[in-house]
Write a protein of this length. Sequence first.
Length: 284
Amino acid sequence: MIFETANAKLNLSLDTLYKRDDGFHEVDMVMTTIDLSDHLVFQKTNNHGTIHIEVDNRFVPTDKRNLVYQIIDYFIREFNLDAGVHVELTKRIPISAGMAGGSSDAAATLRGMNVLFNLGLSLEELANIGAQFGSDIPFCVYNRTARCTGRGEKIQHIANTPSCWAVIAKPNVGVSTKEVYDQFDVEIHQAKINNDKLVRALENKDYLEMVKHMGNDLELVTEQFVSEVKQFKETMINAGVDIAMMSGSGPTVFGLCQKERQANKVYNSIKGCCTDVYKVRVLG
Ligand code: ATP
């Protein structure tokens, strides 16, 4: 039996550069991991080639629409595995929220299958397999702060992350990443993000310099159809966060605080207007 943890991610930045000929957007973003995670337990079964996923959330598919299923299916075929796999998935990461829940579960499955079947693949090899299934999966395989370019799959690790807390508020709706990108206009939505300066601030563990260079240029798109994005940001700023912004394509909004006491105050303020709120440590 193999246990894996799948951490959620937050975007410290998301700069969308242009739409490529293959339909993907070229991005330049910095992502980090947080102490909010799904849990997966993998077990071999005697039912050759059979994949069974048990999940505690009725909104998560358990068939081939689930990335966990797709990764296991790939391993069974690619490595001729003579067994079935049973997975117990405990969901804690909000769904369709911009926190890479599905991608992180997929990454945990890559790591889990590698150990369960003693395949001896490196993290780099797992990340390369993961990239075929989703742009955020390589980042989730390594599970630490990185600058991600290309369509998100090219990873450059960042050694340090200043210690801080995040208060996270998820509006009561999900958004599809594709839908947000379809509405995105590179000419109009240029947030002032400087990823070189952001990376330098992280490397120097300079929290105040880090928050100066954070930003997400998908925010202006998502807030057009999810009014809570603006509202939650305002509430968090009034409650004293150092920066409030959206993660990924949203609609999750998060605020950063250097001190836990400050994060507690923000948590209590946002709890009044949002039912899905978390206070977590940024893990780096
Ligand atoms: P990202 O930040 O990478 O864009 P997200 O938070 O926007 O991810 P997910 O929570 O990963 O979105 O879910 C998006 C869709 O993927 C859901 O509609 C769901 O049906 C599907 N999905 C596939 N596998 C999973 C999984 N293991 N957990 C949750 N959703 C999954």
